[in-house]
Design a binder for this molecule. Structure first.
Ligand SMILES: NC(=O)c1ccc[n+]([C@@H]2O[C@H](COP(=O)([O-])OP(=O)(O)OC[C@H]3O[C@@H](n4cnc5c(N)ncnc54)[C@H](O)[C@@H]3O)[C@@H](O)[C@H]2O)c1
Length: 134
């Protein structure tokens, strides 16, 4: 895809894989990057370093409203959206049965699915809807 002048929405963009994507696309001439992350402090620190073509927005990808607001904020600043990259996620490991044969927490499992799977799809569908308007 063409990176030059394109505007990217990067969930989880404040750290790790997402931070690397934000840095890389800007280095290749992207027009803007929305760093959409739960950790606003880290997102702001990164956007401060990257300059005017970066925008930090606080987003919990478990919230459809928060994702929509972040896409809108990116549109307000950059006027277009060309790509969405999903890096927001959490790692989690737990035995199905612990050493006392107690079952793993289903709440932990639900949280991972909500963030890593449903949150990813929610970003994809809302970003696609915005792109289709352009
Ligand atoms: N780094 C790897 O080699 C690797 C390999 C395989 C899978 N993964 C998975 O990819 C994902 C990203 O990995 P990473 O190494 O970049 O992790 P990371 O922890 O460095 O970055 C994840 C980012 O997502 C943000 N985040 C977490 N929950 C969020 C939420 N609900 N809404 C918005 N942002 C949220 C965090 O604040 C953080 O900035 C994780 O799910 C990880 O398990 C990573």
């Amino acid at each position: 895809m063409k990176i030059s002048d394109s505007v990217f929405f990067v969930s989880g963009g404040a750290s790790g894989l997402g931070e690397a994507v934000a840095r890389r696309v800007l280095a290749h001439g992207a027009g803007g990057v929305v760093i959409a992350d739960l950790n606003l402090g880290a997102a702001q620190k990164l956007s401060g370093e990257l300059g005017d073509r970066a925008l930090a927005v606080e987003v919990d990808v478990q919230s459809t409203d928060a994702i929509s607001a972040a896409i809108d904020a990116g549109m307000d600043k950059f006027g277009r959206l060309d790509a969405a990259v999903n890096c927001a996620g959490i790692g989690w490991a737990e035995r199905t049965l612990d050493r006392d044969s107690k079952a793993a927490s289903i709440d932990n499992y639900r949280r991972v699915i909500n963030i890593n799977l449903i949150g990813t799809y929610d970003v994809v569908r809302l970003a696609a809807e915005q792109m289709a308007k352009e």
